[in-house]
Design a protein around this ligand. Structure first.
Ligand SMILES: [Zn+2]
Length: 162
């Protein structure tokens, strides 16, 4: 079991932090265990959402930036960081923030430049299903989407009955 983060380095440039891998990974390979250092019930800009009402500080992984075409996924059920595609030594690592975050505390504008860029990164709650279904999503995000769809259906029914 890979649990150390010795293969990862944080680079800081103009106060902007990036997480870089010191070794190559194959698609599907486990890069490291996700640390769960301090679980809180409200998100901050340094936490990752791991269930409907839990957010955790993730140590070094807090330096992971967002991309709409990410090269890693965070498996919040097994608490692992996994390569989404082959990754070369020296590459910066990115994950898709709405894959774990329903509603972010500090939304921002994405300039990743990928063809499917979502531009406003504010959490899964603010994205259309057609965008979400192209990404790997954490279980708690999939469940929250289903819940909100069911609520919409219920609401529509009530409107029709009124
Ligand atoms: Zn983007």
């Amino acid at each position: 079991m890979v649990s150390t983060m010795e293969t990862l380095a944080i680079r800081t440039e103009n106060k902007f932090r990036t997480l870089v891998t010191k070794q190559a990974y194959k698609k599907g390979e486990v890069i490291c265990a996700m640390p769960s250092e301090n679980i809180v019930d409200k998100p901050t800009r340094f936490t990752v959402q791991i269930s409907k009402d839990k957010h955790t500080h993730v140590g070094k992984l807090a330096a992971l930036n967002h991309s709409c075409d990410p090269n890693v996924i965070l498996d919040t059920e097994n608490m692992l960081m996994i390569a989404r595609r082959d990754i070369e030594k020296g590459e910066e690592l990115y994950f898709f923030y709405p894959a774990t975050e329903w509603e972010m505390q500090a939304p921002f504008i994405c300039l990743c430049g990928s063809a499917n860029c979502i531009h406003v990164v504010a959490g899964a709650r603010f994205l259309p299903l057609s965008t979400l279904e192209t990404q790997y999503l954490s279980k708690h995000i999939r469940e929250t989407i289903i819940e909100s769809l069911n609520n919409t259906e219920l609401h529509l029914k009530k409107l029709q009955e009124a």
